[in-house]
Design a protein around this ligand. Structure first.
Ligand SMILES: Cc1ncc(C[n+]2csc(CCOP(=O)(O)OP(=O)(O)O)c2C)c(N)n1
Ligand SMILES: [Mg+2]
Length: 332
């Protein structure tokens, strides 16, 4: 793993702050009905992404996740203006406005969605890893899932095959405590989710998902294992989401105090504290970063606002054509 230097801390601070503010903006424009449908925000979980990106090789590694998927593609290098435009349903979006919040994709940047079926992305993640192994590319797939996904049969079927075929994949459970309004303890006899790996003899363990340094170190070991032919790993990242499941969630299942407790170990604050303690940046330099983040979010908003909706005719481009069956040519 590359050393965690001053530059890395400053990048983590700026990236995580940008992701947080980008999503805060989405929440605001959602209330104005500019973004519609479901909107699942990632606020609180940013360290899980920042740490992983530090350990990945973005020139060949891939990522796949569930529907809480707006900031991962940005981390992988997708233009955030296009992500926001997709949420607005505009033609300049990552899927020309036809995918929306839960389905951000960028094959070019190795980001494979964006999946609304809980646990649906788990076998797909193994499939991406299978392709890398089959074609002898040394890429590794990071396959995220929520705590609510681990009791799906798809996880267990996938874990077995991933071990049998020693696939280059890192399965990451982002345990944010809840699946919609249901706590892990209400659905799981054992609340130590990482132990599910033991049944398949898959290397596994718990990780502090609020600290990007710990995440980076553990991800690095797992990625190294996968890249060198050592097969899959299963990591349970203990994290927390500050916002509701989607935008209409009265949050009766938890107390405000519980949310406040987690804010005390907020990943962005933790990184900022280190920056200040080690004097990696002056107050003025931090202000400059904050201003840059604010401006970048405004640029995204402006781009999405000013973009056009797709033309009606685009509806007909998105249904499949059968000229070349069985390989369907998609016009996207
Ligand atoms: C197969 C399936 N069952 C149920 C749902 C409804 N559903 C949507 S999100 C969700 C909770 C998933 O929680 P978790 O995996 O912990 O992810 P988080 O929202 O916490 O990121 C459920 C049950 C669904 N989308 N797909
Ligand atoms: Mg959850």
């Amino acid at each position: 793993m590359e050393k965690i230097t001053k530059e890395v801390y400053l990048k983590w601070y700026e990236d995580m702050l940008f992701w947080r503010k980008f999503e805060d903006k989405l929440a605001a424009v959602y209330i104005q009905q500019k973004v519609r449908g479901f909107l699942h925000l990632y606020n609180g979980q940013e360290a899980v992404l920042a740490g992983a990106l530090h350990a990945m090789d973005l020139s060949k590694d891939k990522m796949i996740t569930a529907y809480r998927n707006h900031v991962q593609p940005i981390g992988m290098g997708v233009d955030p203006k296009r992500v926001m435009a997709e949420l607005y349903g505009k033609v300049t979006g990552t899927s020309q406005g036809m995918g929306g919040s839960m389905h951000i994709f960028s094959k070019e940047k190795g980001f494979y969605g964006g999946h609304g079926i809980v646990g649906g992305q788990i076998p797909l993640g193994a499939g991406l890893a299978f392709a890398d192994k089959y074609f002898k590319r040394d890429g590794v797939t990071i396959c995220y899932m929520g705590d609510g996904a681990v009791r799906q049969g798809s996880l267990h079927e996938t874990f077995n095959l991933a071990m049998l075929w020693q696939l280059p994949v890192v399965f990451v459970c982002e345990n944010n405590g809840y699946a919609m309004g249901t706590s892990v303890a209400r659905t799981s006899y054992s609340t130590e989710i990482w132990k599910l790996g033991l049944g398949y003899e898959m290397p596994c363990g718990p990780v502090d998902g609020m600290d990007p340094v710990t995440v980076a170190k553990e991800m690095s070991k797992a990625i190294e294992r996968a890249r060198s032919g050592g097969g899959p790993t299963f990591l349970e990242m203990k994290t927390y989401r500050y916002r509701g499941h989607s935008m209409s969630d009265a949050q009766h299942y938890r107390t405000k105090d519980e949310v406040e407790e987690y804010k005390k170990i907020d990943p962005i604050t933790q990184v900022l504290d280190i920056i200040k303690e080690k004097e990696y940046a002056s107050d003025d330099e931090i202000k400059t970063i904050n201003k840059r983040v604010k401006d970048k979010v405004s640029e995204c908003e402006k781009f999405a606002e000013e973009s056009e909706y797709p033309p009606i005719s685009q509806l007909y481009d998105m249904v499949y054509e059968q000229e070349d069956y069985p390989f369907l040519q998609h016009k996207l």
